[in-house]
Ligand binder design. Structure first.
Ligand SMILES: NC(=O)c1ccc[n+]([C@@H]2O[C@H](COP(=O)([O-])OP(=O)(O)OC[C@H]3O[C@@H](n4cnc5c(N)ncnc54)[C@H](O)[C@@H]3O)[C@@H](O)[C@H]2O)c1
Length: 259
């Protein structure tokens, strides 16, 4: 029985930069579920990494489109071309975030107006714009997921302006879920535990965080990217049709702890 019901479904995946990207792990799980993937990338460097990663996959299973989430024109062009080519889209993975390094390194109180706006635009507003642009093509209903982090809910050393952007992202999930639920489109966030990726390198205290989680989390370990990918597939699939507006923690239980 095909319980996932993702076979031949069109899923847009935003945010593969390299083989460590959470979005790449999700993509491998989606390929296993026989979905068709439309990748979006920002920089040529990501395109060349993506092309290499996809070398072993049948090119009828995917396509690749450029999309810079800081630009309305780029996003509109990307989603229009995807929609015109594929007609119906069933899933969207938003796995994109960015903040200036100085806004993560400096004290939070030093956050600049530009740095704040840039982190919000890239990491939180981009979900609203993506939902706005994909909605016309989710004619059979759909599922949108985004990646959040505990820094949205708690103060984590060095996460600073990105924590505030993730708080906005999680609120966006609830407002979007409420607004487009009537179109049978679900919107959920996965709050992932710490994973060593390119984006994580920007967080100065990252190794300290990994050690602390291993010591204290209920499961006494860090999570694997595959665990985030598995939950992502669940949230994109027919297994989760009753769930929307949620933030699902895949974090070895760390977020339930007090001190
Ligand atoms: N790694 C972790 O520990 C962790 C934990 C929880 C949540 N997350 C979140 O997961 C998501 C994916 O991050 P990752 O850890 O896989 O790192 P990553 O660096 O592999 O992915 C981040 C992606 O964002 C893309 N991006 C940044 N600015 C963009 C723009 N203007 N337009 C288009 N794309 C842009 C990058 O190209 C990259 O592909 C992010 O939202 C991140 O905050 C990561």
């Amino acid at each position: 029985m095909d319980i996932l019901q993702l076979k031949d479904k069109n899923v847009i995946v935003m945010g593969v930069a390299n083989d460590r990207s959470i979005a790449w792990h999700i993509s491998k799980a989606l390929f296993d579920a026989e979905a068709h993937i439309i990748f979006t990338y920002r920089k040529e460097r990501s395109l060349s990494k993506l092309t290499k990663l996809l070398a072993d996959y049948d090119d009828s299973r995917y396509s690749i489109v450029q999309c810079d989430v800081n630009s309305d024109d780029s996003m509109t062009e990307a989603f229009t071309s995807i929609g015109e080519k594929y007609g119906t889209i069933q899933g969207l993975v938003h796995s994109v975030a960015f903040a200036h390094a100085e806004d993560l390194k400096n004290r939070f109180v030093e956050t600049s107006r530009d740095g704040y706006a840039f982190a919000q635009d890239t990491s939180a507003y981009s979900l609203i714009k993506a939902a706005q642009l994909v909605r016309p093509y989710m004619t059979e209903g759909g599922s949108i997921i985004t990646m959040s982090y505990l820094g949205a809910e708690r103060v984590l050393d060095g996460y600073n302006v990105m924590g505030v952007a993730k708080a906005a992202l999680e609120a966006n999930v609830r407002y979007l879920a409420s607004d487009i639920g009537q179109d049978n489109i679900r919107v959920n966030a996965i709050s992932a535990g710490a994973i060593k990726t390119l984006a994580a390198k920007g967080v100065p205290s990252f190794n300290k965080i990994l050690n602390k989680i291993e010591e204290a989390a209920p499961l006494r370990r860090n999570i694997t990217p595959q665990e985030v990918a598995n939950m992502s597939v669940v949230m994109l699939s027919a297994l989760s049709t009753g769930v929307t507006g949620e933030v699902i923690h895949v974090d070895a239980g760390y977020s339930i702890l007090g001190i």
